[in-house]
Design a protein around this ligand. Structure first.
Ligand code: MOS
Length: 735
């Protein structure tokens, strides 16, 4: 029986619950010094002076690093003059301040307490300049993002203006989403240790090879002189996909201190210096016939960015592919604020974009007095309407059918406010979930040992998503070994290179490489066996040999078999190794790979208090083959939980006077807790997407959050008749 697809417990679960899985900040190194970052208290201006003399003399202090004494870093290759090494970063190369909370100094001491104590005694004076903090003002001067080939700022097809003018049914609505922060359980942390020109970084990251590249470039050393180690990551959600300032600051501080340095961000520092989901304002104009057939969609978006570097929240990407619609126009603009650089967060673009698009579709359905599922199916995109190519697979109809059946959608009455439970208003909402199937080149290595066990590796990441487990399943099946005999290694740049664990691409990218490496190692062993006169498999056709449960056997004559360990033993006990890579091919041109789902949300709204509870979410997804029924389901549920947070709770509150984040902690920045979550019922279609890769698996990291905020707001409308177009849907907006 194959391991892939089963509901299998996490292979690293025991390590985690017993506290033996070590995270970045937990590596014990001799002579480890402790660093804290001191951050700016103004949003824009310059550090006029920074007096560290007193702090530097305090007990235990090793060094105080400011822009005066920080090591100078190399500008990026091909860049000229004073361009900083990584444009998104602030690395104490000058005295400029571009957001409140920006790193302006690092204090290193023998203990964390001494470092904190000294940090409080730095005397900083500023020259303030006017700060742009108001999105509504900044958007007046919004501008186009830098051109990115995959992310066009403007797209158009058909005749949007004409179609809008002629459409019998028109909708013109504006949605907004707030600034949000990722807040993984494990804050960012880096331990940096130099050995001459060699640098080792123990880092909490979704991208070990990315960190290595940025560090090597900044310090002007070869990439092979930098080792990044990250065996366990306590959640990322996108903020650990980029190499942020603290990583390089830790390495710079370690240079000055002459010893390894640990720099762990405080929870407060998770708001600002390590990215955020930018604010968006999205205008949706839809034109349709009276029967609901879409004629045109226009989606104009503005998202916030920083003065340090640009980031565009790609809200329109989902709109360009979601519906069959002849005319379409989309635009992306940026409003620049004195805030930290925004970044990818939990389905960047798809989650904020699907909120606007899928709520607008619900508004259209209500205007037409149509069932919202019927409206969506009436405009079903049989092909990718943007590139006019077939999908690698799309079972969205089945998602709506199965989801609606389990939810009991047929019992829904159309009119808002028409369903009640006691004194509470009951609302049922639906939305489409969608996320692209991403894939990048990856490498892996597999070794079968003399005792019949195997080690398989790839420099990927375990964010709590189940990578160790799923890769072990894939390798075990391909090697013909029980999972207990296979050890999977990841999170080290000494291992074969894998891409960033972002964009929901780890299984789809690393999985095929692991499969190829394991198959190659097995094939080597098969080759040895069939050529070995002493083996019962001698002379068999290699293609007729199979591996299972630690044995090789001839498929057409299964009694001809031998344990793998016996074959290796007869050949001197040398382990059998193979390396392999896998990468996307021509299918990228021929098809569009995309995952889909249908999300059904039930809300109960207290008409006097405006509180919204979510007793039930039912969702059904087409994500190709689900690799592990247990970890996969958990991941999809986790995405839905984040969607409930996005819909009802999450908002980073900015003080418009100072640029300070007012709720930079987990008491005031609300995320869903167990008490907020009712029943979440997740199902998958499960059909393997073999056009996409050998495994037939797309990715499930991000699709779970998409569509949830829309389905929630649609349910709130169905319950109350109030259309809340500004997230999060808090009680004040419903009263
Ligand atoms: Mo994801 S936001 O691509 O880690």
């Amino acid at each position: 029986m194959s391991a892939v697809g089963q509901a299998i417990d996490r292979v690293d679960g025991r390590l985690k619950v017993t506290g033996r899985a070590s995270f970045a900040a937990e590596h014990a190194l001799p002579r480890l010094a402790h660093a804290v970052i001191v951050t700016s208290t103004i949003a824009h201006g310059r550090v006029a002076s920074i007096d560290s003399a007193h702090a530097a003399r305090m007990r235990g202090v090793i060094v105080v690093m400011t822009h005066h004494n920080a090591p100078r870093l190399a500008p990026p290759a091909g860049a000229s003059g004073d361009q900083p090494p990584a444009p998104a970063l602030t690395l104490l190369q000058d005295e400029r301040v571009r957001y409140n909370g920006q790193p302006i100094a690092v204090v290193v001491a023998d203990t964390l307490e001494h470092a904190h104590d000294a940090a409080r005694h730095l005397e900083v004076r500023y020259m303030r300049e006017a700060a742009q903090l108001d999105f509504n003002q900044a958007k007046q001067g919004s501008r186009k993002p830098k051109a990115q080939p995959e992310r066009p700022s403007d797209t158009s097809r058909g005749n949007p203006a004409g179609s809008l003018a002629r459409a019998p049914q028109r909708l013109d609505v504006v949605y907004t989403t707030p600034l949000e922060n990722h807040n993984p359980m494990e804050p960012h942390a880096t331990i940096a240790a130099w050995d001459g020109e060699r640098l080792t970084l123990h880092d909490a990251t979704q991208n070990i090879s990315g960190v290595r590249k940025v560090a090597a470039q900044a310090f002007g050393i070869m990439a092979d002189k930098v080792r990044v180690v990250s065996p366990f990551v306590g959640g990322g959600f996108g903020c650990k996909g980029t190499t942020w300032s603290h990583v390089l600051l830790a390495a710079m501080a370690a240079r000055l201190a002459g010893s390894p340095v640990k720099l762990a961000l405080e929870r407060t520092q998770m708001f600002g210096p390590v990215g955020a989901r930018p604010m968006t304002e999205q205008r949706l104009q839809i034109g349709a016939a009276q029967d609901g057939k879409l004629a045109v969609i226009v989606h104009d978006t503005i998202s916030s960015t920083s003065f340090i570097d640009d980031f565009t929240e790609p809200c329109t990407s989902v709109t360009r592919k979601q519906y069959a619609c002849e005319s379409l126009r989309t635009s992306q603009r940026l409003a620049t604020l004195h805030l930290g650089v925004p970044t990818y967060m939990r389905a960047p673009g798809e989650s904020s974009g699907s909120f606007a698009l899928e709520a607008a579709m619900d508004e259209l359905a209500h205007a037409l007095k149509m069932d919202p599922i019927a409206l969506r199916l009436h405009n079903y995109a049989e092909r990718d309407p943007e590139k006019d190519v077939p999908w690698t697979g799309k079972a969205l109809r089945e998602c709506f059918r199965a989801g609606a059946e389990r939810f009991g959608w047929a019992r829904r009455t159309l009119a808002p406010g028409s369903m009640r439970v006691g004194r509470e208003l009951l609302g049922w909402g639906v939305a489409t979930a969608a996320y692209p199937g991403n894939r990048r080149p990856a490498k892996a290595s597999a070794t079968i040992h003399a005792d019949g066990s195997a080690t398989v590796s790839s420099g990927s990441h375990e964010l709590g998503t189940g990578t160790y487990t799923v890769m072990t399943q894939i390798a075990a099946d391909a090697l013909g070994l029980p999972m207990s005999k296979v050890t999977f290694e990841l999170g080290d740049t000494r291992l074969p290179e894998a891409p960033v664990s972002g964009g929901s691409q780890t299984v789809a990218s690393v999985g095929p490489a692991v499969l190829a490496a394991a198959r190659a190692a097995r094939d080597k062993l098969v080759g040895m066996a069939v050529a070995d006169a002493a083996s019962p498999l001698a002379g068999a056709f290699a293609g007729d040999v199979e591996a299972g449960d630690g044995w090789l056997f001839v498929r057409s004559a299964p009694t001809r078999r031998e344990p793998m360990a016996a074959i290796i033993a007869r050949h001197g006990g040398q382990p059998i190794s193979a390396d392999a890579g896998a990468e996307p091919g021509d299918e990228k041109r021929q098809f569009t790979a995309h995952s889909f789902g249908a999300v059904f949300v039930e809300v109960r709204v207290d008409p006097e208090l405006g509180t919204v509870r979510v007793p039930r979410v039912v969702a059904h997804y087409d994500v190709g083959r689900l690799m592990n029924a247990k970890t996969g389901r958990s991941q999809l549920i986790g995405g839905i939980v984040w969607g409930i947070g996005m819909g009802l709770m999450e908002k980073t509150e900015l003080d418009l006077a100072s640029g300070r984040i007012l709720n930079a902690n987990l008491a005031d920045y609300h995320v869903p807790v167990n008490a907020d979550i009712g029943l979440i019922d997740v199902g998958v279609v499960g059909t393997a997407d073999t056009h996409f890769n050998d495994l037939g698996a797309r990715g499930i990291g991000e699709i779970g959050i998409t569509g949830v905020a829309a389905a929630l707001s649609n349910a709130v409308y169905h319950a109350t008749g109030k259309r809340i177009r500004d997230l999060p849907i808090t009680p004040d907006k419903l009263l």
